[in-house]
Design a protein around this ligand. Structure first.
Ligand code: NAD
Ligand code: TDX
Length: 340
């Protein structure tokens, strides 16, 4: 396949999208990126600091606004890579409207625009959560054939987006590919998510809230490994295919909390078990054999190296953390955890 040089990235001011933009600029030396992002509470221009303005252009816009999307998306772009989403499960439990709007309607607007602008490939960044929850058995894994069983409004909206991609391919012949990844961690993750929430709380000697019995299992991957997988799928994935992405790194939440506290030199007594998340999925575990076999992708970070780097980044970027934890975040925190 001809190299992907003109990219239209949505949600590129968020956690994973900004890591992807950095990586793509590094890995594809002559690529040009339009980064289209609405800058919701989760979008942050600080995440784009230092990028080469000759090759990366930021456009503020909403993926549900078809005029704005068409104005920014040039004819003949090589790929649309769709990261833009409402991404936090707990927020979708409080209120699902924005999730349906952005994740479902917004994806359809982008698919239509990609067709109209004759974009070569549409990359949908999806999640393992569309496949629901696994039993706690060593031999149960998500594969690309696992059925859709989304359990939260967030995962249901992401599953709907995948269906819309499938329909755009089947009906209109659009070249679509889908990635489904597990729990990402790394620099610039908004502190509502478990890992940065723990890090930022523990660094201030505040309690670390763990839902339920803390024995839920997540499959953790460093954000740069996820982005390398998306690049590989964008460049070399087979049209119409879905690729599961995971680093074979299952951990119970309470073990993750203990590792983080230990690495920070903080006592395990900071762990506070709190009321469980309604409908809390018990276990995610990904079998990444297909992307390993077909595209030769492998994670480069181990859990130890990735966690060490991540903790260093949060320690060195206390101002980023302080800004992210300000204002609206405080209100959200009080609503979710009952304290300020
Ligand atoms: P994030 O919440 O950090 O970032 C989302 C970005 O999308 C923000 O910059 C926000 O401003 C932007 N956005 C939201 N609504 C928009 C709209 N209507 N129009 C334009 N931009 C909009 O999310 P993230 O963790 O970086 O996740 C990125 C993508 O990866 C999402 O699609 C998510 O479902 C998927 N994903 C995330 C994980 C994870 O562990 N975080 C795992 C698998 C898949
Ligand atoms: O305060 C908390 N305490 C706690 O125990 C929070 C915020 C979370 N948790 C638990 C819930 C989960 O079992 O930690 C685990 C991870 O929680 P989140 O960071 O909210 O992630 P999760 O719900 O697993 O979903 C994530 O992975 C898949 C991302 O947020 C999604 O965007 C992605 O699709």
């Amino acid at each position: 396949m001809r190299e992907m040089k003109k990219l239209f990235v949505t949600g590129g001011a968020g956690f994973i999208g900004s890591a992807f933009v950095r990586l793509a600029l590094e890995e594809i030396p002559d690529c040009q990126i339009i980064n289209f992002d609405a800058l919701t509470y989760a979008g942050n221009l600080d995440n784009l600091e230092g990028l080469d303005e000759r090759r990366h252009r930021f456009v503020r816009g909403d993926i549900c606004d078809d005029d704005a999307v068409l104005a920014a998306l040039e004819e003949g772009a090589d790929a649309v890579v769709n990261f833009a989403a409402e991404s936090h499960v707990d927020r979708s439990i409080h209120s699902a409207g924005d999730f349906i709007r952005t994740n479902v309607l917004g994806t359809q607007v982008l698919l239509d625009a990609a067709r109209e602008r004759k974009v070569r490939r549409f990359v949908q960044v999806s999640t393992d959560e569309v496949m629901g929850s696994l039993p706690e058995r060593d031999d149960a894994f998500f594969t690309e054939e696992s059925p859709f069983e989304p359990n939260s409004p967030y995962s249901a909206s992401k599953a709907a987006a995948e269906h819309l991609c499938r329909a755009a391919r089947h009906t209109h012949g659009l070249d679509t590919v889908v990635t489904r990844c597990g729990n990402n961690y790394g620099p610039r993750q908004f502190p509502e998510k478990f890992l940065p929430l723990m890090l930022s709380n523990a660094m201030c000697d505040e309690p670390v809230p763990v839902y339920g019995d803390g024995r839920n299992v997540r499959d953790w991957i460093h954000v740069e490994d996820h982005c390398r997988a998306i690049l590989a799928v964008m460049r070399r994935g087979r049209a119409g295919e879905t690729y599961n992405v995971g680093a074979r790194n299952e951990r119970r939440n309470v073990e993750v909390a203990e590792s983080v506290l230990n690495a920070l030199g903080k006592p395990p007594s900071l762990i506070k078990f709190v009321k469980d998340r309604p409908g809390h999925d018990r276990r995610y575990a990904i079998n990444p054999a297909k992307i390993e076999r077909e595209l030769g992708w492998r994670p480069l970070e181990t859990w130890e190296s990735g966690l060490e780097k991540t903790i260093r980044w949060y320690k060195e970027n206390a101002e980023w953390v302080a800004r992210a934890r300000n204002g609206a975040y405080r209100e959200y925190y009080a609503k979710q955890y009952g304290t300020t």
